[in-house]
Design a protein around this ligand. Structure first.
Ligand code: CUA
Length: 194
């Protein structure tokens, strides 16, 4: 329903902002500037940021690198999947390949040792989720994502794919074994020279 008799006023429709409006604008502007400043600050200071290195990589070249990595440090095979178990020396560059629908290889790491974990895919996008921890990374074909990691807990962990990658997505479960510091010397001797 329209009421008659109210015609919009022509001429000056603009009125100076009310005082409370100015106050809110000022508060909003200051808050915008705070958030703006926090973007770079978080990046530099925040503990949540990955200490990653990124590089382009050809998927075929990455696959070859992974095969070489397996050939260098393989210590066995996963009894269920047949996927090679690889025990690289502490401090080394280690490689994990995402593909439809598996993670290659099984990594056997030492607790407290530092590694540079390279992640890439040879086909489509996958998601690296280290279960049961809140560790999530995109695994993208054509990109090598290198993460400096130090396993702090010993155990037998799973890598879950959390990026939908086709009919076998739910079957894409990988494995990371972290050997405790107490037993790592014996494991290193079986894994190191072979
Ligand atoms: Cu790989 Cu989902």
């Amino acid at each position: 329903m329209y009421t008659t008799g109210v015609t919009p006023q022509t001429g000056v429709w603009w009125k100076p902002a009310h005082r409370s409006e100015k106050v809110w604008f000022t508060i909003a502007f200051i808050w915008c500037m705070v958030l703006f400043a926090m973007m770079p600050l978080w990046h530099l200071k925040g503990g949540q940021n990955p200490s990653g290195i990124r590089a382009r990589v050809d998927p075929t070249a990455y696959r070859e690198r992974v095969q070489q990595f397996i050939a260098d440090y393989q210590v066995g095979k996963d009894e269920n999947s047949g996927i090679p178990i690889v025990a690289p020396p502490p401090g080394s560059d280690i490689y994990l390949q995402g593909q439809m629908w598996m993670w290659l290889p099984v990594l056997q790491l030492q607790q407290g040792a530092q590694y540079t974990l390279h992640l890439s895919s040879i086909d489509v996008n996958h998601g690296f989720n280290l279960y049961p921890f809140n560790v999530n990374f995109q695994v993208v074909p054509g990109y090598d994502y290198g993460l400096r990691i130090t396993p702090t807990e010993a155990g037998d962990f799973r890598i879950i794919c959390n990026e939908f990658c086709g009919v076998g997505h739910h079957l894409m479960v990988g494995r990371v074994i972290v050997v405790s510091m107490a037993t790592s010397s014996t494991d290193a001797s079986t894994g190191g020279d072979r």
